[in-house]
Design a protein around this ligand. Structure first.
Ligand code: NCD
Ligand code: ZN
Length: 352
């Protein structure tokens, strides 16, 4: 098979930042995806429907005129979030979920949740209004090893919350372990997970190949090979409750290549192409469309996209960097190749 045509995909976990960086990265996503769940971890965070409305306007202004792209907004859950905000968010039509960051778990999570019990009224309202809860599932207990934080959080914190709110729709974001995969498989139809391309393509060895590799540092951190295999198998299995979420998370090169570097891998420049590589390696390219374009929309209750995209099996070179003012964004596979290419224009007619 030299090319594959699928329904235009959606990215159910994306960081586009704001300002100049947003204007650099949004076109990469808008070229490939019809919609994306926009993460709210800005400084200051997107804690209200009104802030989400303003942020959405700024994102739309960054979409190239020849692209059509819909940002699906989220609210950043805090211990001060009023339960009444949930009805407002739901009624807006543009807020599609609420994100739970355990305080200190990742980039800009310091306004996040220390004690989830303080948010139970909000979760109750979300359950009532059927607004999904998106979870960064990692404990921040410093006594727990970084590589075990997902499994421990699921056991100690998440499982009891899901039991308490059985009708709440919950997405385990960027699942990275076999424990996470098994938890979702055993859970009810209201529990799903997103999977990144990089957690399917790399294991933790990639952090240390020939030296310390800051551009492979993200949270949750890359795991051992057995976990990569479990996550890759879940993505490529056709299971309806696993779907695409890139977690593309750009940081300036100087913030990545530092004594205390930021977590986040930038993949939006080649996102669907990288997933095509994953499915091709697994021998299940026929299941890419369900994972990338159908399962997530169904879980979120969104209509299917109606246009197609075409991917051709053809290697291309990823730039060493994208210039960002005086700084740069170093993308995933910088200076190396990606094995699939997105086709557009007249080429598209030939291959579709
Ligand atoms: C994300 C970021 O930089 O915003 N970083 C990351 O490593 N994935 C935050 C997150 O999703 O954890
Ligand atoms: Zn993220």
């Amino acid at each position: 098979m030299q090319s594959i045509t699928i329904t235009t995909p959606d990215d159910f976990h994306l960081h586009v930042r704001d300002g100049e960086l947003m204007r650099l990265v949004v076109p990469h996503t808008a070229r490939r995806f019809a919609r994306a769940i926009i993460m709210p971890n800005l400084v200051p965070p997107i804690v209200s429907t009104e802030l989400a409305r303003q942020y959405r306007e700024r994102i739309l202004a960054a979409v190239p005129s020849d692209a059509s792209f819909e940002p699906l907004m989220t609210l950043y859950l805090t211990e001060q979030t009023p339960a009444a905000e949930i009805a407002v968010a739901k009624a807006s039509g543009y807020v599609h979920a609420v994100k739970w960051y355990p305080v200190g778990a990742t980039t800009n999570s310091h306004h996040g949740v220390q004690n989830i019990e303080k948010c139970f009224e909000v979760l109750e309202a979300m359950q009532q209004h059927d607004l999904p809860l998106l979870v960064h599932p990692e404990t921040t207990d410093p006594a727990v090893d970084t590589f075990d934080r997902e499994a421990v959080f699921i056991d100690r914190v998440l499982a009891p919350v899901i039991e308490r709110f059985p009708n709440l729709r919950v997405v385990l974001e960027h699942v990275t372990t076999h424990q996470g995969v098994q938890f979702v498989q055993a859970a009810s139809s209201r529990v799903a997970a997103t999977i990144t391309a990089h957690h399917c393509l790399l294991n933790r060895v990639a952090l240390f190949e020939g030296g310390l590799r800051p551009h492979h540092y993200c949270l949750p951190i890359l795991k051992r090979e057995e976990h990569r295999v479990a996550v890759m198998e879940a993505a490529t299995s056709g299971h309806p409750r696993f779907f695409l979420g890139t977690d593309s998370a750009p940081h300036a090169r100087t913030a990545k290549e530092a004594a205390c570097g930021c977590a986040g891998i930038y993949t939006a420049h080649a996102a669907i192409e990288l997933y095509a590589e994953v499915f091709d390696r697994a021998g299940t390219l026929d299941k890419l469309e369900a994972f990338a374009s159908l399962n997530g929309a169904k879980f979120y209750g969104l209509p299917r996209n109606t246009t197609p995209i075409v991917l051709e099996r053809k290697a291309w070179n990823v730039p060493e960097s994208f210039s960002f003012g005086k700084d740069a964004i170093v993308p995933f596979r910088a200076g190396c190749q990606v094995g699939f290419q997105l086709v557009d224009g007249s080429e598209f007619e030939r291959l579709a």
